[in-house]
Design a protein around this ligand. Structure first.
Ligand code: MN
Length: 291
């Protein structure tokens, strides 16, 4: 196995608010050169680094909005978020849980801090990713996977190094909890200080990681908390060594080499399909969801 070298270490871009509930650093597609074509199938990454929200009776979040053409994946590290969509799916995810929503042909949804969490206030830390769908699946039926931490397979690393949680794809013999349309690996390395985990992905897969907590060394280069590391599309193997107790979100996916036409909440293949999406929302084809 050849070593997969680091292409870029990216500091978190300055944060902005999405609605009033998500204070995010947008890494993909607007920062550095992390655009959709470079990062495919990962076409958006908003990172809400750990942030304290004060108590409130009115849950913060994002009101009803549409999506078409891809999947939204929310990974909770701190705090709780509630989801409702026009396909009739809803759920609450908390620390360690994952919500995998396939918007595909189109849903309306809303995303809010969970009620009790809002009342109490507290630290909130989440990742939201958009995973693109291949053209043939963009207009398939919407789907929802609410994945609790208990359902996520865990690989126990040797030498008491920690664990790798397999949200999607596989880590050694442990398979991911989520079903995906194209090959996607999504894994949390939860490492104890001094612990190590080795990852192997095909060279052509777009591969990156985000240090959610702690400081780590990647192929002997130090990477600080809240930073993103993009790997070259050469070589297969890299090692994460924890300089303190750390959590690292590791992502790798087979590129979907198709044209991308993106506008706001729609990601399709052509401009015509984007215009169609706007029309279809007006025509009520995304269903209905109360504010
Ligand atoms: Mn959304």
């Amino acid at each position: 196995m050849a070593i997969k070298k680091i292409e870029l270490i990216a500091a978190p871009p300055s944060p902005h608010m999405v609605g009033d509930g998500f204070r995010v650093h947008n890494f993909i597609p607007s920062a550095y050169h992390l655009d959709m074509q470079r990062m495919t199938p990962f076409i958006m990454l908003d990172y809400n680094s750990k942030f304290y929200f004060t108590p409130t009776d009115k849950p913060r979040g994002v009101s009803v909005h549409p999506h078409r053409g891809f999947e939204t994946v929310t990974i909770a590290y701190h705090g709780k978020v509630a989801h409702h969509d026009s396909a009739g799916n809803s759920g609450v995810i908390g620390e360690g849980d994952v919500q995998w929503m396939t918007a595909a042909s189109g849903v309306l949804h809303k995303e809010y801090h969970e009620k009790e969490f809002s009342k109490a206030g507290g630290y909130f830390q989440m990742v939201q990713l958009w995973v693109n769908l291949p053209a043939k699946d963009k207009m398939s039926k919407p789907k929802y996977q609410g994945i609790t931490n208990a359902e996520i397979g865990k690989y126990i690393l040797h030498n008491d190094s920690g664990i790798v949680e397999v949200i999607a794809g596989a880590y050694k013999e442990v398979k991911g909890a989520a079903s995906t349309f194209t090959p996607v690996h999504m894994q949390n390395a939860k490492l104890k200080k001094g612990g190590e985990a080795v990852f192997n992905f095909p060279a052509n897969y777009n591969t990156f990681l985000v240090v959610i907590e702690g400081n780590v060394s990647i192929n002997d280069e130090e990477v600080l908390e809240n930073h993103l590391v993009l790997f070259e599309n050469e070589g297969e193997e890299f090692t994460i060594a924890a300089l303190e107790n750390s959590i690292v979100l590791v992502l790798s996916g087979e590129p979907i080499n198709e044209p991308i036409a993106a506008h706001g909440p729609f990601v399709m293949n052509t401009r015509q399909e984007i215009l169609q999406a706007f029309d279809d929302v007006k025509l009520g084809k995304f269903g209905f969801l109360e504010e």
